[in-house]
Structure formats: C-alpha cells, structure tokens
Design a protein around this ligand. Structure first.
Ligand code: ZN
Length: 1021
C-alpha cells in the first residue's frame, strides 16, 4: 500500500531492505504489567458522564478482540477513543488536524518545537531526555500532510503515566522559545559562529531534514503528485516544508499556528491496551481540557477536492542518481486518479481491494501488461492505493524508463483497463486477495495498538466512522455479497473509477544533470536575499542571538524535574517460552508452543557453508528469484496463485548469524519462512517441497526481467537508509562478519551485482543459480523452527521433512565460518563512497568483543551514554544533522553514525573526540545518568515480541534463555568503574587496525589533512 511520506522526529532506524526483516529483540517483559482485572473497562456505560466526558458508544470488535469506547469531552468537544485489549503494550497519542496553506513547514517545525520544553517541564528537549528515562517501546512525533500526532507505547504503567504528562504538557503548554525555533526551524548564522566576519548561512534541524528528505527522487515524486492532483487546499502545499520556503517562516507565525491548531476542539486523543482508563480521563480533563472553551475547528476542515473535467499532464525534473540505471533510463511515469471520499469506509475498502487485484503479483492485469514486457525497472514504491488524505488516490508508476516509452505505457495502461472492464478478474486471483485479508486479521504484529492507530488516524481526522472501519469482517462480507449478487460488480467499479474518471494525472519525471547545481544556486540566492537588506546592526544582533543559542545548548539542564523509572521497574528474570527440541530425520527442530491464533509459523535455515565465495555472492539474487520462476509441476503464475491462496507468501533471504562467542565468526545460511492458517498446513509443505525438488531453472526471459526488477529495488532508497549503508560499510572494514554482510546486503553487494549483470550472460547466471539451489535445498543442510499452538502435533511436518531430498553430507548444526579480513596497517582504513545527494552519512567503527564477553554489556551502556550526552547534542543540536549516535552491533563493532548530515570531516572529528570527552567527563557522570543509559539499553532488550516471533532469536542466533539471563544480569550490574575501564581499553587505547571510517555523500570531501588515515574514493558508478 502506498503510504504518503510522513515525517518523524526521530530517524526511523530501519534495517536495510535486504537485511533480515525480523527485528533483533529478545523476549522479556517489564514488571508492573497490569493484570486484566485492573482494567476498568467494565465500569463504562453508554450515556454516562465521567470527568467532563460523555460516553457516546461502546462496541465489541470481535475480529481484533477489542472493545472500543468512544467519548466526547462536553465543554471542548475533544474526541477520545479508547481501544481495550488484553495487551500490555499500551499506546497513548494526541492527534491534531493541522492544515497549513503554505510550504514554510509550519506543522513540521511546530511538531519539533513543542517538544523542546513546556510549562511543567522547562528543560531543553524533554522529549529526547525522556528517551532515556523510560522503557517506551515506541516514542516519536509525526507530521502528515493534514495531521500531527504524538504517539508512544510502553508496557510499564508508571512509565505510561510519566510519558502522558510530558506529551500532554508539550502539546498544550509548550514554551515555543525563540531559540528553540532557531534551532529546530531555521536561522541565519555565521559559518563560524564565533567569528562575526564570516559569511552568513542558513542552519536549522528541519531545514536540513527537508533538504535530506528531498534528496530522494521518490520524495520529490510523491510530493509533486499530491500537490498536483489535490491542488485546491492544504494538499497543494508541502506540510514538511520546502527548504526554499522554510526561511519565510517567522517565530510569530509559528506561535499563532499553535494557538489555532493545538486546541482541544481540534484534538483527538487515543489510548489502547489494558491499563485503566479513568485515571487518564481525569488527568486529561483536570489539567488541560477543562481550562479551555470550545473553539469551532472549522478553519482546519479540509473540503473535498473539486473534480476535473479533463485529465492533466505534468513533467518534473529530479536528481541523476549515480548508483542507478544509465542516465537515459532514469525516467519515470505515473498515472494517478483521484478516487473516493475517505469517510466512505466501504468504498475505501473496496478500492483498496480492487487496487491489489489490478497490481499485485504475476496474476494481476497490470503486472502482465506493464511489467512483463520488461521495458521498465518495475513499479515505483509509491504505486498503490493511498488513503491518507481526505480524497483517496490510486497511483501506478513505472521507473527505469526511456522517454520514448512514455506514450506506449499510457496506451498499454488504457488497454488493460478496457480489457478488465470487458472480461473481469480471474476467480482464483480474487480468492487469493481475499485470503490475504483473512490471514492478515489473524496474524498479530509486534505493535498492534500502534498499527491500529496509524490505520485509523486518516479516517478519524476527517470524522469518518471508526467502528465501521474496525469491523473488517462486515466489510469483507459485504464485498462477497455484492460480487455474488452481480457478476460484473468489480468491472463496474473499474469502469466508474478509471474509465469514466476525468480526474486523472499523468506525471512524468526525468533526471537533470544540472539539478544539484540549480539547487545550490537557488539556496545561494535565497541567502543573499536574506542577507542583503541587513544593516551592520542587524548582523550584530544575529551574531549575538546565535551566541545565545549556543550558550543555551551548552548549558547543563536541571533534568531532575523530569519523571524517571528506576532499576526496580525492570524485571530481573527473562520469561521462558514453552519449547521442545528434537530431530526430525536429520533436521534439528525447535518447537515453540504459543498462542498463535490458529496460525502455523515455519522457519528454516539452510546452511550455505559448503558454497564457494563466488557462489555465496549469488545468494541474494537466488533468494529473490527462487520462488518466482515456477516449479516442475506449476508455472510461475499458478505457483504464485497457490502460494497466495494458502499462505502469507514464501520468504527466502540470506542469513548471516553472528557468533555470540567469537569475533569474525558467523553462520552463513539462507533463511526460509512462511506462515498459514492451520487448515492449510499440507498445502504449505507441498509448496516448499516443490521448491526443494526444483530440477531446473530455465525461463531465461523471465529471469532477465526479474534481475532488472531486482537491480531497481536494490538501488532504490540508498539515500533514505544512507546511515545503515555507511555503518555496514565501516563495520566491514574491521569485522569479518560485517564484511560478509556488506558483500551480501550493502554497498559491496550493489557494486558486485552491477558487475555481474554487465559481464555475464543471463543463461550462464541462471545455470549457476540452479547448481547452487541443488546443493542447498537439501534436508541435510536444514534446521527448522515452528511456532504452533500447544495442542498441535508435528505429524504433517514430519511427513514433509521425510520426503525432502537428502543428498548432501553436510551437518547443519555448528556450521560456523570464521574469516579474518585485514592485515596490520599503520593507518586507519577509510572509504569515501560517492553518492550525489546534498547531505552526508558518516560512520566510524571500532572492533571490540563478542556478545558473551564480560565487556559487551558495558560497551552497550557506554554507547547509549555517549549518544545522549555527547553525540546527539553535538551532531543534531549544534551541527544540524538530523540524527547521530553510537551503537554496538551484535558482532561486536562500535559504530558511530550521522544521518542527513551537512558536515563530513567535522563529524569524523566529533567521533574521534568522543574518547577525550569521556576522559574529561566520566568522573562527573551521576548514578542517574548511568541508570538512564541502562534504561535506554533495556528498551531494546524488552521490546514486545508477537506470538509468531517468540523464540526467533534463539533459533537465528542461539540466544537462549540462559544467555539472555546472564546478559541481563551483567547489564544491571554495569557501573561507572566499568564504563571507565571499557573507555580506556577500546576507545583510548584503540588499535588503528581495528578502526575504519566511511563517508557516504557528495564528492570532493577534503580528506587531505587527516593524519593517520588512508582514504579510498569509491565512485559507485
Ligand atoms: Zn522532522
């Protein structure tokens, strides 16, 4: 599904798209989980008044095991939705409808600035300070195109109440100081803030963030698409802020926007989980809502977009991306339609369904007509149905195009619509999309309450019926009945929304080699237009104001007024999952018995240790194509159809399991995974059997197309995840494990694939992949894990395993590989990867110790401490990078990083200065500060795990309960002495051969003056 870009306060630390999609987390819960009976849900009655609220509606939603309570605040008409579910991972959020009418980034800069201090908590940046005084499982703030939301989640009740106070006070009573506005929004400042004779430039967190955001062409495309197809109101502007318009924003306008939009009458409050509701209602009312009077929110209402009477065309320019296709092939074309009103719940559901039918998988009409002719690099990521705004949008984009194909694609698109209207969709294709919906309702994700919130927010923002949206079974039933009653029902829908819809936009985009230079020139002009009118006295004032800002940034806050958790809030015990270990034939199998809601979760790891290094390099490509080429008995369309009618899909990906005991050591493998409803279990085993028994991969034409799609996916979004690529590349300079990951998932993999495609023919590659598959898909290479209900048996699994081929002599257990990758050197190994974007991603890595070493937990705590006390203030607040910090990877590498960073060498110096900062400051670090760093670590350790993923880290990495328990005890025991010791051992007396640096960013970085460093420039063309 297409999701409009939503800007977040904290960078989303996502994994690389080719890295394991399962988050690394262990299973543990925090204390004070409120048992079910303390929820006060049963005391609510419709019509009742409580703490200023009226209970409007109470509904049980059986598909989610949820009871929804809708409340309305009598005086202000603030809406409150509580979703009770017996889930510890409670959520709270305050949402506002924010509808700017210009592109100065008002709602986005306000979102940042309200979190810089409030009446109750007048400290700088309580949001970031609370990140380490809490056990939140999620904490962020987001700006969409017409809403701003402040959600968090936690499993701990005191934490829940603490964070609630911070969030509510920030939203309703922020300080909005001028220096906060300057820091977060924009300011003119001397290049050297200490020298008033240096040039003035523009700085600011959001200013830089947006420059970074628009360094992705995909963002330019999405923004333009929304602006053009919804031109008349708030969607015609950029809510995040256009970097060239942000400097038109004044502090006064920001304060006024807060008054107009952050009012209870324009507010929607959400809570979810099993904590009691009444104390929250009482607090919200007595501290905030009852102090306001009703203010009609009519100024934030977004009208429906007037429909066009004829289609439109637009063309935009974008950046040339040096890692992607050749210049002539970097064009894209998007065909978009304005669809229905989002508050028409059933229609939104129906159009989402029809979009999936049209687009998804090899049986979809648009896949057949537009992807299979192999004239593009596949669909753009924004392809799909977008129900984030008042009016929904269908968009289909193709990337990697030559301009001469534009016309042909439009023609093919229209012909496809005509043929769907004439002959409809295939029965089995409809069945597979419906099946996916039904399975989706049973499968539980890790952040269930947050996902419900994100799904409901756009509808709620326009006063849609939330109960109706939650009743998915009713929507599915209605759809089925309609299709039964009228065989051409779906055809009529397609005719109405496509063929007869004049609100159609064809948006084309082409790269421009001058794009970057034009941006630079525009920024220069902007600065000179700001600087020219300034008198000497004005300049003096600017200089002083900026000095004031940097003094405030350097000041040590009295954070003791902020609430905090203590070590007592953390359970010292790691909970155990019911587990069996057994061998099924030669296959070691772990069985986790959990409440899976009627689903069987399967995972297998195929050891790849017997492959040659060259064969290993092909694993990511093999993973991508192996389930997409058909099998001996089914062609790829029929195979895909069966997969989607019976399972949630077959996953294959490379697995590099870090050793817990030894540096440079890892388990190389291929992770296969799938899940299905219990009654489809035999189908699921049959599908995997077909993959294990593949005798030949031979459809070269289809393979060629898949490779093109793979390459296009691979090189997409490098800038968006630039910090992850830079970190992995830097880690790869010092760790054998990380080097292997970089080869298979990082920048090294991208350049390998480019070489492979250039120099080999497709028949030869496919033959080699067949050979690799035949070696690997063998039960003697396999170990498995199953998550099933306690009452389920293993009969069908045993039958499946027994029939698998078993020719290999391999032993799947203990198949670890160790590689050392460097020779001693007298300079730090450094790589500058060229990426033509206007921001940098810097990283420095230091090799330390494996996970089970006694120093590992100390280094984890040290990383958190350095991030919050030194790196975040230096890199984000002073230097204007969007994010930055220090992390410890599982293979024992300390990784410094910066995200969307205007600097490069200066940042590397900051990384290097961390050791000195620690030497100077560790003695003054308080117990509370150590505690905060520990809490920061525990947030990751104790994040919630859904039933389908319980035991996963034990299966993937051998992290069993005993190891987790020891690690937990070690973490709790970390003290200042320990931090001093690891600072001394790993940061101060750091061995040059164990250090690496990487900068990913624009060329011409000045590395000449950097002592003891050996830089290699990698062009990535
Ligand atoms: Zn932001």
């Amino acid at each position: 599904m297409m999701l409009q870009r939503i800007l977040q306060l904290k960078p989303n630390v996502r994994s690389l798209k080719t890295v394991s999609r399962y988050a690394y987390s262990s299973q543990a819960v925090t204390k004070q989980a409120i048992p079910e009976e303390t929820s006060d849900i049963a005391t609510f009655k419709v019509g009742e008044k409580i703490h200023g609220f009226s209970v409007k509606d109470i509904q049980k939603i059986s598909e989610f095991n949820v009871t929804a309570i809708c409340l309305l605040h009598d005086a202000t008409k603030a809406e409150y939705l509580h979703l009770y579910r017996n889930d510890n991972n409670n959520v709270f959020s305050v949402n506002f409808r924010t509808t700017p009418m210009d592109s100065t980034g008002l709602p986005h800069i306000l979102e940042h600035t309200v979190l810089c201090g409030s009446q109750l908590y007048p400290v700088r940046d309580p949001f970031f300070k609370m990140l380490n005084r809490s056990l939140a499982t999620f904490m962020n703030a987001m700006t969409g195109s017409d809403f701003t939301m402040y959600p968090f989640s936690t499993q701990n009740y005191s934490d829940y109440r603490n964070l609630q106070k911070i969030y509510l006070d920030a939203a309703f009573r922020p300080n909005l100081n001028q220096t906060d506005f300057m820091q977060e929004g924009w300011r003119l400042e001397n290049v050297d803030p200490k020298d008033k004779n240096t040039d003035l430039i523009i700085k600011g967190v959001v200013y830089n963030e947006m420059k970074g955001a628009f360094s992705e062409n995909e963002s330019i495309l999405q923004q333009k698409l929304q602006n053009v197809i919804l031109p008349d109101h708030t969607y015609g502007v950029c809510s995040g802020g256009d970097p060239l318009k942000i400097p038109d924003l004044t502090w006064e306008a920001l304060k006024q926007f807060h008054k107009d939009h952050y009012h209870p009458s324009n507010c929607r409050i959400y809570s979810y989980g099993n904590f009691p509701l009444i104390p929250t209602l009482e607090y919200v009312n007595s501290e905030y809502l009852r102090k306001f009077e009703y203010q009609n929110p009519k100024h934030t209402v977004v009208p429906s977009q007037a429909r066009w009477d004829k289609p439109k065309k637009e063309h935009v320019l974008c950046r040339f991306e040096n890692m992607r296709e050749p210049f002539e092939q970097q064009n894209s074309l998007t065909i978009a339609y304005l669809m229905n009103d989002i508050t028409d719940i059933y229609e939104t559901f129906l159009l989402q369904f029809v979009t999936e039918l049209l687009i998804k998988g090899p049986n979809a009409p648009f896949y057949k007509s537009l992807i299979e002719p192999n004239i593009s690099g596949g669909f753009t990521p924004s392809t799909g149905f977008d129900s984030q705004q008042r009016d929904t949008i269908f968009a289909l984009g193709l990337q990697g195009l030559k301009v001469e194909n534009f016309e042909k694609i439009e023609k093919l698109f229209d012909e496809t619509i005509d043929s769907v209207i004439a002959s409809g969709f295939q029965e089995q294709h409809i069945e597979s999309v419906l099946h996916r919906y039904e399975l989706g309702l049973k499968h539980e994700s890790a952040n269930f309450g947050l996902n419900l919130l994100f799904g409901l927010t756009p509808t709620w923002n326009h006063n849609g019926d939330l109960i109706m949206q939650l009743r998915c079974n009713d929507l599915i039933d209605k759809l089925k009945n309609q299709m039964k009653a009228n065989p051409s029902y779906l055809q009529n829908v397609v005719k109405k929304y496509f063929k007869d819809n004049n609100h159609r936009l064809v948006l084309t985009m082409s790269p421009d080699k001058e794009y970057e230079q034009k941006q630079v020139n525009a920024e220069k002009e902007l600065i000179s237009s700001k600087v020219k009118p300034l008198s000497d006295q004005n300049k003096e004032e600017i200089f002083k104001k900026c000095l004031q800002l940097s003094e405030e940034q350097a000041k040590i806050d009295n954070t003791s007024i902020l609430p905090t958790l203590s070590m007592n809030d953390i359970s010292s015990e790691v909970p155990r999952v019911m587990k069996d270990k057994k061998k099924v034939g030669p296959v070691p199998t772990q069985v986790f018995k959990v409440d899976t809601n009627g689903i069987t979760y399967f995972r297998g790891i195929l050891s790849t240790s017997q492959l040659s290094p060259e064969q290993q390099m092909m694993l990511p490509l093999l993973s991508y194509v192996i389930t997409k080429l058909g099998t001996d008995s089914l062609n790829y369309r029929d195979f895909d159809s069966l997969v989607n009618r019976k399972t949630a899909g077959l996953g294959v990906q490379t697995h590099i399991g870090d050793s817990l005991y030894q540096l440079h050591s890892y388990e190389p493998g291929l992770l296969i995974s799938s899940y299905c409803l219990n009654h489809n279990i035999d189908y699921m085993w049959d599908l995997w059997s077909q993959i294990f028994n593949l005798s030949e991969l031979k459809d070269v034409a289809r393979f060629e197309m898949l490779v093109k799609l793979y390459m296009s996916n691979l090189t997409h979004g490098v800038a968006d995840s630039g910090h992850l690529y830079a970190m992995l590349a830097a880690q790869g300079l010092v760790s054998g494990v990380a080097y292997q990951k970089d080869l298979l998932t990082g920048l090294e993999h991208i350049s390998y694939m480019k070489r492979l495609v250039k120099t080999s023919n497709f028949t030869a590659i496919l033959t080699e992949l067949t050979n690799v598959a035949k070696i690997l898909f063998d039960k003697n290479n396999l170990r498995c894990s199953l998550n099933i209900l306690p009452e389920n048996d293993l009969q069908s699994f045993e039958d499946f395993v027994n029939k698998l081929p078993g020719n290999s002599m391999n032993q799947a257990e203990s198949a670890y590989t160790t590689t050392k990758i460097w020779a001693p050197t007298d300079s730090v190994n450094c790589h500058h990867h060229v990426l033509n974007v206007p921001v940098n991603y810097c990283s420095k890595s230091i090799l330390t110790v494996p996970y089970t070493h006694q120093d590992y937990s100390k280094l984890q705590v040290l990383s958190k401490l350095c991030t919050s006390k030194f790196l975040h203030p230096e890199l984000r607040e002073k230097q204007g990078a969007y994010g930055g910090g220090l992390k410890l990877s599982m293979d024992g590498v300390l990784s410094f990083y910066s995200y969307r960073d205007p600097q490069n060498t200066q940042t590397l110096d900051t990384f290097d200065n961390t050791a000195k900062w620690l030497t100077d400051n560790l003695s003054n670090i308080t117990e509370q500060e150590v505690l905060e760093a520990k809490l920061g670590v525990f947030q990751g350790v104790d994040s919630p795990v859904p039933p389908g993923a319980k035991g996963l880290n034990e299966f993937l990495y051998g992290l069993d309960t005993d190891i987790l328990q020891r690690h937990r005890a070690a973490l709790m025991a970390v003290n200042i002495e320990g931090l001093k010791q690891v600072t001394e051992n790993y940061l101060i007396n750091c061995d040059i051969s164990k250090t690496g640096k990487v900068v990913l960013g624009p060329k011409n970085m000045d590395t000449t003056d950097r002592a003891e460093e050996l830089w290699t420039v990698v062009e990535n063309e």
